[in-house]
Write a protein that binds this ligand. Structure first.
Ligand SMILES: [Zn+2]
Length: 165
């Protein structure tokens, strides 16, 4: 098991937490799933689109962030994406078959499917993150989930294709 320690800086007088200079809010996983449960309760299947869109915004932001840290080539950006999302606790992310046409992203042990479920397709969120990240890189991309943990597969697998919408 590869372990790594992250240091959060907590400013108790201001109620502020930072990781590597960036403000954070620490959510425990079950707390975040409770938020998602609320979304599915109110919006039903519409929560899928909300999660997808929210994920896209997050993916775009992450791409901008990593560019700002000096990652440039597609390969470097993909590697940085894999480690940041994995290290943020979403699950074990694996990127495969990176070519000029796109790549495959696999999500093993997806955080939102551990333990209690919200009852919805929460991988819409990580799909959005992947889709938003790669559209920031390549402009037009299509992202489809071709395997899903909820269907009994060992991971959620996303195919990202460049140049088509
Ligand atoms: Zn899935």
């Amino acid at each position: 098991m590869a372990k790594k320690k992250l240091e959060f800086e907590v400013d108790v007088s201001e109620g502020r937490v930072a990781l590597e200079g960036e403000d954070c809010i620490i959510f425990d996983l079950e707390g975040f799933k409770a938020v998602l449960l609320g979304m599915w309760e109110v919006f039903g299947s519409g929560a899928y689109t909300i999660l997808l869109t929210a994920g896209k915004h997050m993916g775009k932001r992450l791409a901008g962030n990593l560019r700002g840290k000096g990652f440039e080539s597609d390969r470097a950006m993909v590697e940085a994406f894999v480690s940041s999302v994995t290290e943020a606790g979403w699950g074990r992310i694996v990127a495969e078959n990176l070519t000029g046409k796109g790549l495959t992203v696999k999500v093993y042990n997806f955080a939102l499917y551990r333990g209690e479920r919200s009852g919805g397709r929460d991988c819409a969120f990580i799909k959005g993150v992947i889709s938003g990240f790669f559209s920031a890189l390549w402009k037009k991309v299509s992202c489809s989930e071709i395997r899903c943990i909820l269907d009994g597969d060992e991971c959620c697998e996303f195919k990202v294709e460049r140049g088509s919408v």
